[in-house]
Design a protein around this ligand. Sequence first.
Ligand code: SAM
Ligand code: SF4
Length: 441
Amino acid sequence: MQEQKKLFYTETYGCQMNLNDSERLAGQLRTIGYEETENVDKADLILINTCCVRESAEKKIHGRIGEMKRRKLINPNIIIGVVGCMAQKDKDKIMKKFPHVNLVMGTHNTHQLVELIAKVEQSREPVLAVWDQAERLAPDVPTVRKGQISAWVPIMYGCNNFCTYCIVPYVRGRERSRPLDDIVAEIRQLGIDGFKEITLLGQNVNSYGKDSELQTDFADLLQAIDQIDTIARIRYMTSHPRDMNDKVIDTIKNSKKICEHFHLPVQSGNNDILERMNRGYTTEYYRQLVDKIRQAIPNASLTTDLIVGFPGENEEHVIETLEFIKTIRYDAAYTFLYSQRSGTPAAKYPDQVSLPEKKARLNQLMAIQNEISLQINKQLVGSSVEVLVEGPSKNDENKLMGRTRTNKIVLWEKTGTEIIGGLVNIQIDTAQTWVLKGRLI
Ligand code: SAM
Ligand code: SF4
């Protein structure tokens, strides 16, 4: 009789880095005979890959881990693992609060999944694997990619910036850049495997290479990847405005493949707040940087992250931030309510802003930004844009979805001539805040 395959299910919270980590978890599990299932009820192994950047994510994850107890009662053989950033931060709390969890694995132990699962299978005792510090570079592990067209490629791990609100440096460790040759080799292989677009990942990609003696920087890396014929588009995230420089801007200007989309998280439009956030730039510097980018690459799109309700933020600071976004005119902004993260300096700052106040400020900000995004998108109506075909639209199988080089989502009626992973030209007919709609030309 054929042995039944073991099935695993992953639930991933947070950023692209976490999604990419889940692909590496899947790659390791495949080597020991596990197959992925989308149906949690069928899983022999459930991995919750966690985020702790904001309290809202943490609360949701706690709820989900709690729910897993019921599954364990129905099937005591099921293995439940909590991995990633929250596991790194709260290992003891998780072990204590959720005795039904079999494995708690931190961010620096991701490559050990196979041996840790073997340990759980043998002992059936809870296994804890959370190193305080990362190895310089963890060994490579196999990856099973979710997509077939676009792939994430980490170029560095960790962060040295210590923005005062942010938990990331504490749970991801210091900056460690991967060697340029390893990254290029991985991307060459992705090209051979049919991937067309890659997104380079790092908390601060512009400081790539600064932690090593190799004398290579982010622009050198972009130039090397630009030479790989099979790849059509190169993206990267996230840039720290302080570390974006002329060499990178020139490299993007002179490249055909690096997409002209700049995601430059500003966080606030007020200099006092920026200083207390430890962001390392002023609004004047940021404006000059944007001017430089727009002069060099006039059709570039610009997006940002903004936090409202940072401790000590008052109405005047908010007005300044609103004025700032009105004058910069971002294509889009990801807006967040400040979330107090214990262990970070800002969590202890006086004058924490109340939740209703934060929400009111967020609504104000979003209303203005949404209007700007809509106005900018409307300017594209009647024009033709180059789109990489990603696949069917989630909500309508007769429509296809893709992105412009400037990272705008485009939907259009499928004609049957499109190839997934191909580049097409779409005539834009209508524009909304987050999406453009058109037809194939
Ligand atoms: N490294 C990137 C950078 O510097 O912009 C992004 C990393 S962070 C996970 C993504 C965004 O989450 C940040 O840009 C910031 O706006 C937001 N964020 C981080 N910590 C936060 C907090 N405590 N409360 C609210 N938003 C936060
Ligand atoms: Fe967090 Fe700042 Fe590092 Fe981004 S740069 S991960 S916001 S500490």
